[in-house]
Ligand binder design. Structure first.
Ligand SMILES: Cc1cc2nc3c(=O)[nH]c(=O)nc-3n(C[C@H](O)[C@H](O)[C@H](O)COP(=O)(O)OP(=O)(O)OC[C@H]3O[C@@H](n4cnc5c(N)ncnc54)[C@H](O)[C@@H]3O)c2cc1C
Length: 441
């Protein structure tokens, strides 16, 4: 890549969700030149995902906040680069973007990068979770937000955490309540945590609204229950559930939506840096604290950048992020699984761990039985985390099993399965080798 082909700006913001857009607005408002790159064809991120057609009931939440952010972006003259996937920063400090519409890789030399690439869903593996008809609850929520209606058939929601309740509420509002909502925790059995929620009135009102829709839709909410296996039966899916007393039952559905929380999407990102290019993470990819924290965190990251690039302007801190950390901790207590057991320890050997490569728990256990392997060996020899998702969905589960196999050995956070160098996403050789002009221009 020659210097002629490199564009320059003060700050490159990656990710057009709430945090990235809030950061871009703050930075541009301070007079810095800002580029905003978003991999999708529209801004919005996970929470403000835009409808493909007419706005649906589901999409109405938070619309005013989003309109204000997008208007401010326009007013400050930031024209986002859509369908531009951030690949990473090379050894010369050049940020590489895969321009999917132009089929080429473009380079930007920023003085600072704000990375706001959101969160990924956690889904625990269960026997049969790779079958057709099984998706993540977040994936189904995106379908509702973009398309306004769910796919046909009976829907079962299972897993852990408040997002499953939000999804059941959305489906009920659309007249398609799920056949059941299966929850490993039992918020009704945690009155102390429920009381603490009162100190976050916005969240409490939102939770009460979701609960009202779930009740009005007569959704069976099976708390303290885990979905332990899924199998195909008579052209549908049969889900085996086990309650806190150990009783088993089966529920049939056409679609099963799984969800076990969210975690920062920190795969393949450059490390935070105070030297140019300054690198700062913002929003859910720094710490998954939900939509209320994301805007404040984006602004805070922008102020940190401004303080670095324009010394003399100190980064003002507001208390929103700390407050939302408190709110997430209350939600964590409220939804803490009832049985406290490690759901991965008893996985049958045939359970698929890595859905991209079809690698199973038994294959991992066999590798671990051969000796002490490094995460790199597990990745390269076992092909865990080597598929298209690059470990986004399986790395935590694989590492959990590795850590569990080593009594007294390294604990999970010290292990990394993925690589922390670019490209963060697969990119075609043709796009890497393409010249300056977009294809077809
Ligand atoms: C599946 C899911 C469902 C959620 N549901 C709720 C909910 O119901 N209620 C609630 O309060 N919170 C919910 N959250 C959390 C909430 O969405 C977030 O807190 C908020 O959207 C975070 O904003 P953000 O800007 O940090 O990330 P996001 O809104 O996720 O935005 C990140 C953006 O970065 C883009 N991006 C990612 N990688 C790249 C790349 N390599 N190159 C370029 N762009 C990239 C993405 O396309 C996305 O637009 C949910 C989160 C997830 C993951």
């Amino acid at each position: 890549m020659t210097e002629r082909q490199v564009s320059r700006c003060d700050v490159l913001v990656i990710g057009g969700g709430a945090a990235g857009v809030a950061a871009a607005v703050e930075l541009a408002g301070a007079g810095l030149s800002v580029e905003l790159a978003e991999q999708r064809a529209a801004l919005g991120g996970a929470y403000h995902r835009q409808p493909a057609g007419r706005a649906s009931k589901v999409h109405a939440r938070g619309r005013r906040q989003w309109s204000r952010l997008v208007d401010a972006l326009e007013r400050n003259g930031v024209a986002p680069r859509l369908r531009h996937v951030f690949l990473g920063v090379d050894s010369n400090g050049l940020a590489m973007l895969d321009d999917r519409a132009g089929s080429r890789v473009v380079a930007v030399r920023p003085r600072a990068l704000v990375i706001a690439v959101g969160a990924v869903e956690r889904v625990l593996p269960r026997p049969g979770w790779q079958l057709p008809g099984i998706m993540t609850a977040g994936g189904l929520q995106m379908i509702l937000k973009e398309g306004g209606s769910p796919p046909p058939g009976d829907i079962l929601i299972a897993g852990n955490g408040p997002l499953t309740v939000a999804l059941a509420s959305d489906l009920a509002r659309l007249g398609r309540p799920p056949v059941a909502l299966v929850e490993a925790g039992d918020p009704f059995a945690r009155p102390a945590a429920a009381m603490r929620l009162a100190s976050h009135p916005g969240l409490a009102v939102e939770a009460a609204g979701h609960l009202a829709h779930v009740l009005a839709g007569r959704v069976p909410w099976l708390r303290g229950t885990r979905l332990t296996a899924i199998e195909p039966r008579d052209g549908r899916l049969a889900a085996t559930l086990r309650d806190r007393r150990g009783n088993a039952r089966t529920i049939a559905a056409d679609i099963v939506a799984l969800h076990d929380g969210i975690r920062p999407n920190d795969f393949g990102l450059p490390a935070a840096s105070g030297d140019e290019p300054v690198v700062i993470r913002a929003g859910d990819c720094r710490e998954a604290l939900g939509i209320r924290a994301a805007v404040a965190d984006g602004r805070h990251a922008a102020r940190q950048v401004i303080a670095r690039l324009a010394p003399g302007r100190p980064a003002r801190v507001d208390g929103t992020v700390a407050r939302q950390r408190g709110a997430q901790s209350i939600l964590g207590d409220l939804f803490r699984p009832v049985d406290g057991a490690d759901p991965l320890a008893a996985l049958p050997d045939e359970t698929v761990l890595c859905r991209c490569e079809g690698r199973t728990a038994g294959e991992l256990r066999a590798m671990l039985a051969e000796g002490d392997l490094s995460p790199r060996e597990i990745r390269l020899n076992g092909r865990f985390g080597m598929g298209l998702c690059q470990g986004r969905f399986c790395a935590d589960n694989v590492l959990h099993l590795v850590a569990a196999s080593r009594p007294g050995g390294p604990v999970e956070p010290a292990l990394r399965l993925g690589r922390d160098r670019w490209p963060a996403r697969p990119v075609s050789i043709a796009a890497l080798a393409a010249d300056d002009e977009p294809r077809g221009s």
